[in-house]
Ligand binder design. Structure first.
Ligand code: ADP
Ligand code: MG
Length: 566
């Protein structure tokens, strides 16, 4: 038997689900309703631009107000408005998006789309915080009658003749008992600042006091008075929406301060701007950090058409670049209806790859343009570059041309340059390159001096990620070994023809060895008194490389890459 049919939905069952569970975070009702108000204003501008609306646009400011006594929050706009029929079509049909319809209808008519809505569900988030919602609207269409809609959250609604005289819409929420926290100035201001700070239409939330100059007193001292000013909560043209060509360094620094008021200046930034094969704009800043404790993830803010979505950018931004700061705005990042969970699908992977490439290109460009400046910033940049090289193969392949190695004389080398330098002297008998390194130059000073006297070079690996980085280099660099400078004597590692005469006789060596072994009393260490010239330390105590690493790991509590945190 075979039967086909349509699945039916009982609205009285689906409604509570939409109301309560679709959005985990109740505060986003305000983001959804303000987005709708912004959409209504943007649509009107667009219609006007296309000659389909001939009335005055006027001031399209969106207003948010609340009344603690009446327990209402009102969102008002002067956008396209709705007739009773529009309300029936767009509001009464759940999951029918008037935004999508509008975009479809006008998609061939030039102008880039600026409409936020998409799923046709946002409006109903109002019922998470309100037990009654009213719409008062007057459509922009000539001769339209105002309409009033009221719904108490059941599946029944009431439409009556409206009272609104001006084009636009008021959404009035009668806040329910559990949600009275939202009837609060600071709470609403906080939500608006979080989600609506960069929306493209001005949003006013009441008024605020502002101190302005008010002449001078008789001693010539400047006087101030307090005046009421509209409290506009957003910057309608955030920096990332502008063209890089018209921006100066100072603009980028000022925007950084706007995003992170208390932070130190960033090192540099990357302005992202793609429109194919996906849309993405944004600015990524490299913060100034010197150690891993200062590294903070989730400082990048993700926007979709200037609406804040989340600062959980995992999946969109490669793991190692989550340490950067800034904003990314993309209407193409697939968001589920709650918009707070990103799926790791194809588009996201492409974005991820693109960002990695952009960052690598920028670093390569900085290195080429001004190597000295790049070296000066290496202490900071190096942290990101090394993290990237450790965690991302593709990034390693790009970064190996500009990643720097620093020696104990604070000279910098690219991988190729260092290979060249080491090839002259530091080879073992199997023709492998041997790189010597110090993890604590102050403590290992004696060992460093000793090998430098043999004209060997010592790299400085004393940074927070360096112990992991050494492992990566050993794995990646062909025919190259990395040895810690105090692990074993350089003579043993690097096959040299001439043996230097020791200042000690064989007998003296024997007794020195016994004496030191007794004093150290550690079976993992080896006392070595061979082949030492007069200008060196007479005795060196070493530990085999693997023993040392074992010890290090024990110290770290089992080792592992704590930073990579999986
Ligand atoms: P979406 O915004 O995803 O389309 P919503 O549930 O948020 O879905 O809104 C449904 C529709 O109701 C909108 O597409 C729009 O047509 C209409 N609408 C909602 N709010 C307003 C408003 N303030 N002014 C005009 N139309 C609105
Ligand atoms: Mg919407």
């Amino acid at each position: 038997m075979q039967e086909k049919g349509n699945i039916s939905i009982h609205t009285e069952n689906i409604f509570p689900i939409i109301k309560k569970f679709l959005y985990s975070d109740h505060e986003i009702f305000l983001r959804e309703l303000v987005s709708n108000a912004v959409d209504a204003s943007q649509k009107l501008k667009q219609l006007s631009g296309m000659g389909e609306y001939n009335g005055e646009l006027g001031d399209l400011k969106v207003e948010v107000n609340f009344d603690e006594k009446a327990k209402t929050i009102t969102i008002s706009d002067k956008g396209i408005g709705m007739t009773a029929d529009d309300i029936k079509k767009y509001i009464n049909q759940i999951a029918f998006s008037g935004a999508t319809e509008f975009v479809e209808k006008y998609k061939d008519k030039g102008d880039e789309q600026q409409i936020i809505g998409h799923f046709g569900l946002g409006f109903y988030s109002a019922f998470m915080v309100a037990d009654k919602v009213e719409i008062n609207s007057l459509s922009h269409v000539e001769g339209a009658e105002p309409a009033n809609w009221i719904c108490d959250g059941s599946t029944e609604f009431e439409i009556t003749e409206g009272t609104r005289k001006e084009r636009g819409t008021d959404i009035i929420l009668h806040i329910n008992e559990e949600s009275e926290e939202f009837l609060n100035q600071a709470r609403l201001q906080g939500i608006l600042s979080k989600y609506c700070k960069f929306l493209p239409v001005e949003i006013q939330f009441g008024q605020k006091d502002q101190s302005v100059p008010d002449g001078e007193d008789k001693d010539g001292k400047p006087q101030y008075k307090t005046v009421k000013k509209d409290n506009i909560i957003n910057n309608t043209t955030p920096l990332w929406t502008k063209s890089p060509a018209e921006l100066k360094d100072e603009d980028y620094l000022a925007f950084y301060r706007e995003l992170y008021p208390m932070s130190e200046e960033p090192l540099f930034w990357i302005h992202l701007n793609v429109d194919y094969p996906f849309n993405l704009t944004g600015i990524l800043y490299f913060p100034k950090v010197k150690n891993e404790l200062e590294l903070q993830k989730n400082k990048i803010q993700l926007y979709s058409r200037q609406v804040f979505i989340t600062d959980e950018v995992k999946d969109v931004v490669p793991e190692f670049l989550m340490l950067l700061h800034g904003v990314i705005d993309s209407p193409d990042i697939p968001l589920n209806v709650s918009r707070s969970f990103l799926q790791a699908d194809g588009a996201v992977k492409k974005i991820n790859t693109y960002i990695t490439k952009k960052v690598a290109d920028k670093l390569a460009e900085l290195f080429k343009k001004d190597r000295k400046a790049f070296e000066d910033k290496w202490e900071n940049i190096g942290l990101f570059v090394k993290y990237g090289m450790l965690s991302d193969e593709k990034f390693y392949d790009k970064a190996k041309d500009f990643a720097l190695l620093q020696n104990t004389d604070d000279e910098f080398f690219t991988f190729d340059e260092y290979k060249e330098k080491a090839s002259a002297l530091q080879k073992d008998k199997d023709d492998n390159l041997v790189y010597l390194y110090a993890t604590n130059p102050a403590k290992q000073h004696a060992f460093i001096e000793s090998v430098k006297n043999k004209s060997y070079d010592v790299l400085k690996f004393d940074g927070p990620l360096d112990s992991h980085f050494i492992g990566t280099l050993e794995h990646k660099l062909e025919k190259t070994q990395l040895k810690r400078v105090d692990a074993e004597t350089a003579d043993k590692l690097i096959d040299k023809d001439e043996k230097v005469e020791s200042v000690l006789s064989d007998k003296e060596k024997e007794s020195a060895k016994a004496l030191f072994e007794k004093a150290i009393n550690d079976k993992n260490s080896t006392v070595n008194v061979e082949s030492l010239a007069a200008d060196e330390m007479p005795v060196i105590v070493t530990m085999p490389e693997f023993m040392r690493r074992m010890k290090d790991m024990q110290k770290q509590g089992g080792g592992g890459m704590m930073m990579m945190g999986d």
